[in-house]
Design a protein around this ligand. Structure first.
Ligand code: ATP
Ligand code: MG
Length: 169
């Protein structure tokens, strides 16, 4: 089977890598959608689609994984049209892995097989939690693959997130 997952990957962390490995044990390939691709430089969405693309690509290459496609997907302001929008951008897939209730509902209504996966080590492996840790100066290095840590350092990502949390007041 050919599978699909979507996330914002702000940043790509160990939980994302674990679910991709799990999916590939059961499927021929996985299409990885980078959601809200148009967003960057906000506290919830600090990284561009291109930067997130690089995090995913380098990490999967480093883990010897080659049966995947990465597709940036911008938001559309119409939920009924969203699945067709995704289909217009991606290689074919028949099975969707998601824990997001809206994503689940939209694909289910278009007759896709929709599966959920257990959250792994969610206290630490969460984009929101990692962004919080960065702001508080806490250790987050072990929550992301080394490739992601290095890319975020190269991008000055830690200072970027810190700057995005400030105001001009
Ligand atoms: P944020 O807190 O910014 O929403 P996130 O960690 O939820 O970040 P997303 O980019 O929203 O990451 O994740 C996309 C999908 O990856 C989620 O819908 C979820 O199904 C899966 N996922 C995220 N973290 C984990 C985890 N720790 N274990 C298993 N699956 C996860
Ligand atoms: Mg999320």
């Amino acid at each position: 089977m050919k599978a699909f997952i979507i996330g914002r990957f702000q940043p790509f962390h160990n939980g994302h890598l674990a679910i991709i490995k799990h999916i590939l044990e059961h499927n021929e390939y996985v299409v990885i959608g980078i959601g809200s691709a148009q967003l960057s430089h906000t506290i919830m969405n600090p990284f561009t689609a291109g930067e997130r693309y690089l995090m995913i690509l380098n990490t999967l290459e480093n883990n010897g994984i080659s049966n995947y496609y990465i597709v940036p997907i911008e938001d559309v302001n119409s939920n009924p049209m969203w699945v067709a929008h995704v289909e217009s951008l991606t290689p074919p897939f028949h099975r969707v892995y998601t824990n997001n209730p809206l994503v689940r509902r939209l694909f289910y209504e278009k007759q896709y097989e929709v599966l959920s996966l257990p959250m792994i080590n969610r206290n630490s492996w969460s984009g929101t939690r990692i962004r919080q840790k960065i702001l508080k100066g806490e250790d987050w290095r072990s929550d992301v693959p080394d490739t992601v840590y290095n890319i975020m350092k190269d991008l000055d990502g830690i200072n970027r997130i810190s700057d995005l949390s400030k105001t001009d007041e």
